[in-house]
Design a protein around this ligand. Structure first.
Ligand SMILES: [Mn+2]
Length: 461
């Protein structure tokens, strides 16, 4: 338990509850079963875990498993391959894992090994990854199609390629290997698009921690603070609560706030400037994604407030469009209309009407990205936005971010930035669950009203 004390309203006393248990093995088994209803008979699905990545010489980046591996098996260590085989009458899963190895484990930590994988993971069979060639060959020979994403393991790619080649050389022999290499992503994306209650409990927890992290950064803000100092408050809060970032934190002060994926975070934020922070953590693989923008000295200038109010109104209108049956781009339409009208009223856009103001040549100069994306195991989660080229309609259980922004980069040479707003970048982002009632803002604990922000900023600086 962790709570904030300080001169704030009740609303800002944010308590982080117990971390939810990981998604149960029973649910992972249900996902495997559901997958089998999409997988043709005699098809083999291979999920290869992400390779480790070298940072420098013998130092690797912290490991993050492949989201499909997490989704189907919950295995989060490298050098693993999951095989799901649909035999028609029955189906089975097999997991290849690194075997126990005392010398290697002395250096890098204990491994579950084959026995551990079989006992403690939701699979029918487990085997050593050293036996991949011998073990996979019979499965490949028995299947008619193989669902596999290439490029993660040369070993697996080679096995699949030779099985496909063998089959194409000998078309007369029936059932002697896969005739087709298929892409598993479409069916996995469809499944992952709708979140279960236990997935939502992971996401709610990630959203609570991320909200608190932003509050800590607001409280630690003051003129002259370094971007990396605010980053340390954000990421320290993630770690303190047992999570880690879901994507590299963006902390941009002043003109840096107008760089959409700014990650240098090495500037200082001058007294009088806004800071934009886009940062979220992940819990058991599930991401939160929050952006807030505030004046580091605790008081919006008139010009900053004019832009902030437009973006906030656009965001509220966009959230209100997150309803069952609406097309996924309804929030984008609502946000764009609100911002175009707001900028027309300020005289930033010349119009002369709303339709003209919405064009790439007008609003598009200052708002150049979409208003949201699916959120889940990946921060830009899987899910086709326009199946059959028609916009997908919202359904209960989808989670989407809502993140309009306006960016008046003083650095831009291609266009004349309105002088009053030069160096102002504002984005406000929340994570929204589609329900059969009102939109459920999972990040509602993170303040965004002007009065709330001004009351919080600098209270711990
Ligand atoms: Mn986002």
């Amino acid at each position: 338990m962790f709570s904030l004390a300080g001169p704030m309203s009740e609303k800002h006393v944010l308590t982080i509850g117990e971390a939810p248990p990981p998604v149960s093995h029973a649910e992972l088994r249900e996902r495997q079963q559901a997958l089998m209803t999409h997988l043709p008979t005699d098809a083999l699905l291979l999920i290869v875990n992400n390779p480790e990545a070298i940072r420098s010489r013998d130092v690797e980046y912290p490991y993050r498993a492949n989201s499909d591996m997490l989704y189907l098996v919950g295995w989060d260590e490298p050098n693993a391959v999951a095989c799901l085989y649909n035999g028609g009458e029955c189906w089975k899963t097999r997991l290849y894992v690194p075997p126990r190895d005392v010398l290697a484990e002395t250096w890098t930590g204990l491994r579950p090994g084959v026995d551990g994988a079989l006992a403690d993971w939701p699979v029918d069979e487990a085997a050593s990854v050293d036996e991949l060639e011998d073990g996979l060959k019979p499965l490949l020979d028995a299947c008619r199609s193989v669902y596999h994403i290439r490029g993660l393991s040369d070993r697996v790619d080679t096995l699949v390629d030779s099985a496909l080649l063998e089959q194409s050389r000998d078309r007369q022999r029936k059932g002697s290997g896969p005739a087709d290499l298929c892409d598993p992503r479409p069916m996995l994306s469809e499944m992952r698009l709708i979140k279960s209650e236990s997935e939502l409990s992971q996401m709610r927890h990630a959203c609570q921690i991320s909200s608190l992290a932003h509050i800590e950064a607001m409280r630690g803000s003051t003129g002259g603070v370094a971007e990396y100092q605010l980053q340390s408050l954000i990421e320290g809060c993630f770690l303190w609560h047992g999570s880690r970032w879901a994507y590299p934190s963006i902390v941009g002060g002043g003109d840096n706030a107008t760089i959409l994926h700014y990650q240098d975070n090495d500037g200082t934020v001058a007294d009088g400037d806004l800071v934009l922070i886009d940062a979220g953590c992940e819990v058991n693989g599930y991401a939160a994604d929050i952006t807030r923008t505030w004046p580091v000295n605790g008081k919006f200038s008139d010009a900053q407030r004019e832009i902030y109010d437009i973006v906030l109104n656009a965001q509220l209108a966009a959230i209100d469009a997150c309803r069952v049956g609406n097309p996924y781009d309804a929030p984008h339409t609502a946000a764009r209309q609100t911002m175009a009208q707001g900028l027309l009223d300020l005289g930033v856009l010349e119009g002369p009407n709303l339709e003209e103001a919405l064009s790439v040549e007008q609003l598009g100069l200052w708002y150049m990205h979409n208003t949201g994306h699916w959120l889940g195991l990946d921060v830009h989660d899987v899910g086709v936005y326009r199946p059959d080229d028609e916009p997908r309609e919202f359904e209960v259980g989808m989670v989407i971010t809502v993140e309009p922004g306006l960016y008046f980069g003083a650095w831009r040479g291609d266009v004349e930035c309105p002088e009053r707003y030069a160096g102002i970048g504002v984005r406000i982002e929340d994570d929204v669950l589609i329900t059969d009632g009102e939109p459920d803002v999972l990040t509602a604990a993170c303040p965004k009203e002007v009065a709330e922000l001004e009351a919080l900023i600098g209270t711990n600086a």
